[in-house]
Design a protein around this ligand. Sequence first.
Ligand code: KIV
Length: 268
Amino acid sequence: MENKKITIEHFLKFKKGDQKLTMVTAYDATFAKLIDQTEVDAVLVGDSLGMVIQGKESTLGVSVDDVVYHSQCVRQGLKRAFLVADMPFMSYQVSASLAVENAGRFISEGGAQAVKLEGGEEIAETSKKIVQFGIPVMGHLGLTPQSIHQFGGFKVQGRSSEARKKLIFDAKALEGAGCFALVLESIPLDLAQAVTEAVRIPTIGIGAGPHCDGQVLVIYDLLNMDPQFNPKFLKKYANGFSIVKESVGAFVRDVKEGKFPTEEHSFH
Ligand code: KIV
């Protein structure tokens, strides 16, 4: 296992090599510390925290302060993996100067090494400005959850030939703006392959098939903390829901039945 701290140069290696890049989300120091002991390349403090941490229906209520706070928590747990902070809804859309100011907070206060912005050509100039100030930018195309009301739900994007062309155009615009990597979310696998071949920066898929240069998953989804959440793109690697439920249930039973604590867990 590579113990060296991962920097931005690491990402370009995945464009040529046969190894795939991996990224997972994290929101706290305990998970970050654990994840850092795997070979995962990057950790994203996603605005998915609005759903999996705050319990809301979408990511739209997440604030800059929320992402700064969770980035600080994750930073405490990471020694090796590359830390990316998601820029939440309306923290970069209004003006480039506000975007630069907010991006700066994720780096200086949150301890992130890069920021992620959703959108295509329309945010290319803003992304360029952020990069010019020395902050690496990861793009995010396809099903961009901050545009959920525009899409009318969490739906696969890029199905029409027009939408396909636009997505490839957007990917090139973001590459031109200086983005170092691109998340592709919920698009057909052949479109993800076309985008991956069209740009020199690595693509990181979620619901975008096997041809991307890497893959990302939300940690709670990967661990199956919510058995009701079963999108087609998701593979569950554990039964986190049952582990937590059974463990807490066993603790409650033990206490009620006088089996915990015993002498063994007590002080004299
Ligand atoms: O917010 C998030 O967790 C994300 C990933 C799903 C890519 O944007």
